[in-house]
Design a protein around this ligand. Structure first.
Ligand code: ADP
Length: 347
C-alpha cells in the first residue's frame, strides 16, 4: 500500500533522527568512553518509533490545517465531502485534495464557458432586437417628420402616411409580443394546459381565420382528406393553434405569388399524428435549412420579400412542439416549396 504524504515524511524524518542520534552517540562514546554497542541497539528502535509517530502526528495536523483552507476556498467544508469514489481509491490526503481541486477546476471551467456563451447570446439577442426595432422606429420617424413638414395638410399624403405609421406600429407590437412569448418559453415559465381536442376542427378554424390573408396573397389553403374528422389529439390546444397559424402564415408570406397552394395533411404515425403544412413557394436554400428554427434567422430569399418578419415565428413553434416532447422538421427545395412536419400525441 502506498504511504500517505505525512507518513512518508515521518519515515524519512525518523530515519534521519535515528541516524543523527547514532552518530552523536558513537562520537561521544569514542571521545570519552569505550564504545558500548548494547545501549545503542536498544535506543535505535525506540528513537526511530518515537520520532516516526511524533513527526507523523505533527505533519498530519499541519497538512490537515492547510487543506482545510483549500477545501473552504473551493466550497467543500470538509475533506470528508470529497467524492466517495476518490476517497475509496486514494488513501493519501494530498492525492484526494489534488483530485478534488482538479474536478473543481474542471467544473469551474465548464461554468465559465457556459457564462461566456450566455453573455455572447445576450449580446447577440440585444443586437438582434435593436436591429429589428430600428426599421419600424425609423419608418415612423420619417412619416411623422413628413407630416409635420406640411404633409398633414396634403390630403394625398396624410392618410397614406398615417396608415404606414400604423403598419410600422403593428410590426413593433407583433415583435414585442413575440419577444415576450419567446422569453416565457425559454424561461420555462410556460405551463402547458393539455387537453383532448379535435385536430380536424382546430385546423379548419385556423384555415377560416387565415383564408382572407391567403387570398390577398393569391393563395388558397387546402385541407387534405388525410386529415379526417375523427382525429383527436392530446396537447395544449391554444399553443397548437399558434403553431398552425405561424406555419400557415409563413407558407403565405413565402408562398407562390403567382398562385400559391398550401396543403395541410395529417397521417397516423405510431401513437402520434404527423401534421404537414406544405407550400409551393420560394423554398429554403439547402445551406440555410438547418438554421430556420434559430431566433431571428431569416434567409436572404425571404428578406427580399419584405414581409415584415422578425425571424422569431419558427423559434416559437419549435419551443412549443418540444415542450410537448414532440418533434418538428422541415424539407424544402429552392423555387419549389417547403413542407413543415410536426408530431402530436394521439388522444
Ligand atoms: P419570419 O418572421 O422571418 O417569418 P420565422 O421564424 O417564421 O420568421 O421564419 C424564419 C425564416 O425561415 C424566414 O425568414 C424564412 O427565411 C424561412 N421560412 C420559414 N417558413 C418558410 C416557408 N414556408 N418557405 C420559405 N422560407 C420559409
Amino acid at each position: 500500500m502506498p504511504l500517505s504524504a505525512s507518513k512518508h515524511i515521518a519515515l524519512i524524518n525518523a530515519v534521519l533522527t535515528t541516524l543523527l542520534f547514532s552518530i552523536v552517540y558513537i562520537i561521544l562514546f569514542l571521545s570519552f568512553f569505550t564504545f558500548k554497542p548494547l545501549p545503542l541497539l536498544v535506543f535505535i528502535p525506540l528513537i526511530f518509533v518515537f520520532a516516526y509517530f511524533i513527526s507523523n502526528l505533527l505533519f498530519d495536523q499541519y497538512i490537515k490545517e492547510k487543506l482545510k483552507v483549500i477545501y473552504k476556498t473551493i466550497g467543500l467544508l470538509k475533506p470528508e465531502n470529497a467524492p466517495p469514489l476518490l476517497k475509496k481509491r486514494k488513501t493519501d490526503e494530498l492525492e484526494i485534495v489534488n483530485s478534488v481541486v482538479l474536478k473543481w477546476s474542471e467544473e469551474k471551467k465548464k461554468e465559465i464557458e457556459e457564462l461566456k456563451e450566455l453573455a455572447a447570446y445576450r449580446r447577440e439577442f440585444l443586437g438582434n432586437i435593436s436591429h429589428e426595432l430600428k426599421t419600424p422606429i425609423f419608418n415612423i420617424q420619417g412619416y411623422v417628420l413628413t407630416l409635420l413638414d406640411g404633409g398633414l395638410d396634403d390630403k394625398l399624403v396624410n392618410e397614406k402616411f398615417l396608415q404606414k405609421t400604423e403598419k410600422s406600429i403593428n410590426r413593433m407590437i407583433a415583435l414585442v409580443e413575440e419577444l415576450e412569448e419567446i422569453a416565457k418559453l425559454e424561461s420555462g415559465e410556460l405551463v402547458l394546459k393539455e387537453e383532448v381536442f379535435n385536430l380536424h376542427d382546430l385546423t379548419r378554424e385556423v384555415i377560416d381565420f387565415m383564408e382572407m390573408k391567403a387570398a390577398n396573397h393569391n393563395t388558397i389553403i387546402v385541407l387534405h382528406s388525410s386529415m379526417n374528422r375523427s382525429m383527436k389529439a392530446r396537447a395544449d390546444k391554444k399553443r397548437i393553434r399558434q403553431v398552425i397559424i405561424n406555419l400557415i402564415d409563413n407558407a403565405i408570406k413565402y408562398g407562390n405569388q403567382k398562385g400559391g397552394v398550401i396543403r395541410i395533411s395529417c397521417y397516423n404515425f405510431h401513437d402520434n399524428y404527423l401534421v404537414e403544412v406544405q407550400d409551393n413557394g420560394i423554398g429554403i436554400p439547402e445551406e440555410n435549412i438547418h438554421r430556420v428554427f434559430e431566433r431571428f434567422y431569416r434567409t436572404e430569399l425571404s428578406r427580399s420579400r419584405d414581409t415584415g418578419g422578425s425571424g422569431l415565428g419558427l423559434a416559437i413553434v419549435k419551443h412549443i412542439i418540444e415542450a410537448h416532447r414532440q418533434t418538428i422538421s422541415v424539407r424544402s427545395k429552392e423555387g419549389e416549396g417547403t413542407t413543415f412536419s410536426f408530431t402530436l400525441k394521439m388522444a
